[in-house]
Design a protein around this ligand. Structure first.
Ligand SMILES: [Zn+2]
Length: 281
């Protein structure tokens, strides 16, 4: 059950500033409205959300007690006003996403529920709640379905491809991931579960018997990357390889989260959550 507090934390208390600025800039691009209305038309005609809601189990106290309990903790730590529906999809690929229009909901693949520790699962669900809390979902859906959309509405939307709008959308999407990662860390109660989740997504689940993957090894890799990024070829690779990506590189995300965990901003958010939790007993 959610205990929303009017004076509790809000998304604006932890959002990555680059995310908010890029979204404001994105909304000012005139053609973005045309893309959005084409996307809404496409989703209604394809009935894509109904498929999830009819094919996947919804998480309740009865269906998935462990996930339900962890989800309630996430909702309370993030001080969410509403509880988005949560679904489990029988799928062995590591993935989760927030989707929907009007009333967004979250889908977590069954492999994540099976393999993740409680902390990792909270970091994962908190990440998706972070996307909903910061109103990312509509534009994320647009980015995710852009290629299908451009194919189905090719004549009307094709001229937009050359405007840079597409790259502006992907640029904002990558920045929005930093905000969602922060929400995941808040929901999980600390840095370690979020780092463990990202290491798992980088392959730790598959290879953990053979290698030592840790925050230290990730930071070492970050330092090695930084040396090469200073060179002309490093900069060139960074720009060309990330321009069309929906997520920043994993090592960059770990570094950003690790840095944020040491800030006064994060400490203030944590102390506010602890104050409310102790007041509720
Ligand atoms: Zn995300």
């Amino acid at each position: 059950m959610i205990n929303y507090h009017e004076n509790g934390i809000k998304a604006s208390d932890y959002e990555y500033s680059g995310d908010r600025e890029a979204l404001i800039a994105l909304k000012k691009i005139p053609v973005i409205d045309k893309l959005l209305s084409a996307y809404l038309d496409f989703t209604i005609k394809s009935g894509m959300f109904v498929q999830v809601q009819q094919n996947c189990f919804r998480v309740t106290k009865e269906t998935y007690p462990r996930v339900y309990e962890l989800y309630q903790i996430c909702l309370n730590r993030l001080n969410m006003k509403q509880e988005p529906s949560l679904y489990i999809d029988l799928n062995y690929e590591y993935n989760a996403y927030a989707t929907g229009i009007g009333s967004p909901f979250i889908v977590v693949n069954s492999s994540m529920v099976d393999d993740c520790t409680d902390g990792e699962l909270m970091a994962l669900m908190g990440h998706e709640l972070g996307h909903i809390n910061s109103s990312h979902v509509l534009y994320h859906n647009l980015a995710r379905n852009l290629m299908v959309l451009l194919t189905s509405h090719l004549k009307a939307l094709a001229p937009l491809i050359s405007t840079g709008t597409v790259f502006a959308l992907f640029d904002w999407q990558r920045k929005s991931e930093y905000t969602a990662d922060r929400a995941g860390m808040i929901a999980a109660g600390g840095l370690q579960p979020s780092v463990d989740l990202m290491l798992r997504l980088m392959g730790k689940g598959e290879v953990q018997k053979y290698v030592d993957l840790s925050l230290d090894t990730a930071m070492k890799q970050y330092q090695d990357f930084n040396i090469s990024k200073d060179s002309f070829i490093g900069k060139f690779l960074y720009v060309t390889q990330t321009a069309a990506m929906g997520h920043p590189w994993s090592i960059q995300r770990i570094k950003a989260l690790s840095d944020w965990s040491k800030t006064e901003n994060y400490a203030g958010v944590v102390s506010e959550i602890q104050r409310l939790e102790s007041a509720e007993g």
